[in-house]
Design a protein around this ligand. Structure first.
Ligand code: HEM
Length: 200
């Protein structure tokens, strides 16, 4: 019974989150004419995604911050921030599909939009399995599935640089900077993990 209440509570929170995201985006799109709504959604998805990684990457790369309040707060809210990243990303992709009349039946679409579609696929899997029921049922596989998130770290800078190469918007420099810093910190944290494993 308690499980059902906890699950319904987390679905309700996700629903409220999705609605809030739509409202905030619509308001911002109204005031931020220079940045098209689809681009803004992509940028928000990037911010939410990087926020979900901060606790684990910081724990590994900079262990001094391990017990900080901010890191603990982000760790607790990670599930919802990840679901927000999925909502922003899926709306970004959907708007671009409509705007550019992208044909989903053509194999060329999957080549041209390889990074975006792969990231959306990964975000969908992560969002679907971001609940207590999945953690319990998938057991050890849950952690393995959620490691897919690190693939997005590699795909994101590629996606932005490829798709925005000749027409940057106001958010593109920040998107490029954040995604590259995220990639560098990720590589550094992997290097540290490997080095400490070799030392042992
Ligand atoms: C779900 C994960 C995704 C994230 C986090 C993401 C993120 C971004 C970001 C940050 C930008 C740059 C925006 C700017 O600098 O103004 C961008 C651009 C773009 N994305 Fe995505 N994206 C995702 C999925 C997709 C999908 C599924 C598609 C394909 C349908 C797609 C197609 C594009 C295109 C075409 C652009 C260039 C837009 C333009 O020319 O102004 N993205 N994306």
């Amino acid at each position: 019974m308690r499980q059902v209440i906890v699950n319904s509570k987390s679905y309700l929170t996700s629903g409220i989150l999705a609605l809030t995201i739509y409202l905030i985006t619509l308001c911002l799109a109204f005031f931020c004419n220079p940045v098209p709504l689809a681009n803004l959604l992509g940028f928000f998805s990037l911010i939410a995604y990087i926020t979900t990684l901060i606790p684990s990457i910081f724990k590994r790369a900079f262990p001094v911050y391990k017990n900080s309040k901010a890191i603990k707060f982000l760790m607790n809210k990670r599930r919802y921030i990840g679901i927000a990243a999925f909502f922003f990303g899926s709306n970004h992709g959907l708007l671009l599909l409509i705007q550019r009349e992208i044909n989903l039946l053509s194999p060329l679409t999957y080549i041209e939009y390889f990074q975006g579609i792969s990231m959306l696929f990964i975000f969908s899997i992560l969002a679907i399995t971001s609940n207590d029921w999945s953690v319990k049922s998938l057991k050890v596989y849950w952690k393995k599935i959620h490691r897919l998130t690190y693939l997005v770290t590699l795909l994101l800078p590629w996606h932005i640089l490829d798709k925005m190469s000749i027409h940057w918007t106001y958010v593109t420099p920040f998107a490029v900077l954040f995604s590259l810093v995220n990639l560098c910190i990720f590589i550094f944290s992997r290097y540290k993990k490997q080095a400490s494993a070799n030392f042992k």
